[in-house]
Design a protein around this ligand. Structure first.
Ligand code: SF4
Length: 108
């Protein structure tokens, strides 16, 4: 399973966020989850291995992203534009679908 977390942190938007595991885990380490920050893995889609192949192969398997945030959170607007391969692949955007449509002009 490929994972890419380009940023960390989130803002609760619905009752479904009440038991958010990101908030719970961050609280254990004294981190403020409401502050959204780029991670050290932000440029992972551009990184290559020793064979000069991209480490992430989104054509071969799903890339699970933003598991500690939300890809369409407003705080990440300034970074999201550098993620065109994600924006061109609608996939399943369940939480902030209106933001996906607003930002890309696409529907699922
Ligand atoms: S990570 Fe998911 S559950 Fe947690 S606050 Fe963000 S949207 Fe809600």
């Amino acid at each position: 399973m490929a994972i890419w977390n380009p940023w960390h942190g989130c803002v609760k938007i619905s009752p479904g966020c009440y038991h958010c595991y990101v908030y719970r885990r961050d609280a254990e380490f004294g981190k403020d989850t409401s502050k959204v920050k780029k991670t050290a893995k932000f440029d992972l889609p551009l990184q290559k291995n020793r064979k000069k192949e991209y480490k992430l192969q989104p054509e071969e398997e799903p890339v699970y992203t933003c598991m500690t945030s939300d890809f369409f959170i407003k705080d990440a607007d300034k970074w999201r534009q550098t993620c065109p391969f994600i924006l061109n692949r609608p996939g399943r955007f369940l939480k902030r679908e209106k933001r996906y449509i607003t930002l890309t002009g696409k529907t699922r």
